[in-house]
Design a binder for this molecule. Structure first.
Ligand SMILES: Cc1cc2nc3c(=O)[nH]c(=O)nc-3n(C[C@H](O)[C@H](O)[C@H](O)COP(=O)(O)OP(=O)(O)OC[C@H]3O[C@@H](n4cnc5c(N)ncnc54)[C@H](O)[C@@H]3O)c2cc1C
Length: 381
């Protein structure tokens, strides 16, 4: 796969690998244990031009292709899933503002988001709904000059430290999909409140928690998608997110695979390295094959995106395959490590907790199957 990269892609990949392995990886355990967001690493990603890399130069980016972005996602995830995810959320929110915001909003927020100075959250999930976005209960009431938002969002990455949030809300629940709008709400807005932190099993350090909106006034200029358009636009932005999740899954699996290979060569049982046991060799062979297959699917989906082709099916297939693959690979890597893999001190144990969420967020594995089969059969579920 490395050989099929352009010179520019190889340079990006090698540069980020060095950054991830020397700066991020040594901090991964600490980020996980403290469950604290590494602001300094985030800013450094901004300074290196990684956060807004796909944005046009006038907004602080370098017009990088999606393929290059996925290479960055993979390298970061090899070091820390949490850091890789922070990189992904930034891109998604930059994309949302770039595609839907006014020129004023773009100039006000994108360069600072790309620099890592401002953090933007996506506030979609609620206590009573996740996959079924059309069922959100947070309401956007029309008032003079804008909307007033009221409701509670849950499981929001960056809830506790975001400077602004893209909020998905409905003008009228009875309208279902047609009532959904998307709104940009700066954290200093009156009525914007952070709720409690949510203790999570993995990907710790992302300030996950609740966001509460109490009659938050959003002026018309901050409406990113008018009611009726919001659901479609929110879902469109998830396309790149799914490719990113697939790339991160490949990164985590690859890191677990490398650890397993080296452990198998060092660890002895019955007078020989366990790498000489066929049962272990076969696990390693399967890991390698599956990682490479997922990587190719990520590449294909990213290439489709760069070519301006539809990516709904490709992104969902890549996300579904890669996240399931990564869960199997990390599980096998833990098995190869035996009890050491189960120890709280091992990196594999953290990866095992981190990787589980990849089958849940950005659309569960079941929802990916709904999307893929809908694309193939042209039916609504
Ligand atoms: C660590 C973490 C961070 C997150 N960050 C964010 C964030 O930043 N912003 C945000 O908005 N959300 C975020 N989420 C929420 C995440 O996107 C949702 O958890 C996800 O969309 C699934 O929703 P749910 O958990 O409510 O599950 P539900 O929708 O309640 O689903 C429960 C189960 O039912 C299944 N199911 C539901 N509908 C169908 C169907 N039609 N067919 C088959 N099976 C179905 C699901 O697959 C799942 O197994 C985060 C979650 C976690 C864990």
């Amino acid at each position: 796969m490395h050989d099929s990269m352009t010179d520019e892609q190889r340079l990006i990949s090698d540069t980020v690998r060095h950054f991830a392995q020397t700066i991020v990886k040594p901090r991964a355990a600490e980020i996980d244990q403290a469950d604290e967001f590494p602001v300094d690493i985030y800013r450094e990603m901004g300074a290196l031009g990684l956060l807004g890399m796909t944005l046009p130069p006038e907004y602080g980016g370098s017009d990088a292709e999606t393929v290059s972005w996925t290479l960055v996602q993979e390298e970061l995830a090899k070091a820390s899933a949490a850091v890789a995810d922070s990189h992904m959320v930034c891109k998604l929110m930059c994309d949302v503002i770039l595609s839907n915001g006014s020129e004023e909003l773009r100039r006000a927020y994108l360069p600072r988001m790309a620099a890592g100075e401002l953090i933007c959250a996506i506030a979609q999930t609620e206590p009573n709904t996740g996959s079924d976005v059309a069922a959100v209960q947070t309401t956007a009431r029309r008032v003079e000059g804008g909307y007033s938002i009221t409701g509670t969002k849950q499981f929001i990455t960056f809830a506790l430290n975001c400077d602004l949030a893209v909020v998905v809300a409905t003008v009228d629940r009875a309208l279902g999909r047609d009532g959904i709008g998307m709104f940009l709400v700066p954290a200093e807005t009156q009525g914007f409140r952070r709720g409690s932190k949510t203790p999570v099993m993995g990907v710790r350090g992302l300030a996950t928690g609740e966001l509460i909106f109490e009659d938050c006034f959003v002026p018309d200029g901050f409406v990113l998608a008018q009611p009726g358009e919001g659901l479609k636009r929110a879902l469109t932005s998830l396309g790149s997110g799914r490719i990113g999740m697939a790339a991160q899954s490949v990164g985590i699996a690859h890191a677990a695979f490398e650890d397993a290979v080296s452990y198998a060569q060092d660890r002895h049982a019955f007078g020989q390295p366990i790498a000489k046991l066929q049962a272990v060799q076969f696990m390693i062979a399967d890991m390698s094959m599956n990682i490479e297959a997922a990587r190719l699917m990520v590449r294909r989906a990213a290439q489709c995106k760069d070519a301006g082709q539809p990516i709904i099916r490709e992104a969902s297939e890549a996300k579904l395959f890669a996240s399931q693959m990564a869960n199997r690979v990390v599980n096998d890597a833990l098995q190869i490590h035996g009890a050491y893999g189960y120890s709280r001190d091992s990196a594999i144990e953290r990866m095992f907790r981190d990787v589980r969420v990849y089958e849940i967020w950005e659309g569960t594995s079941q929802i990916q199957r709904v999307i893929i089969s809908r694309q193939i059969l042209n039916v609504r579920h």
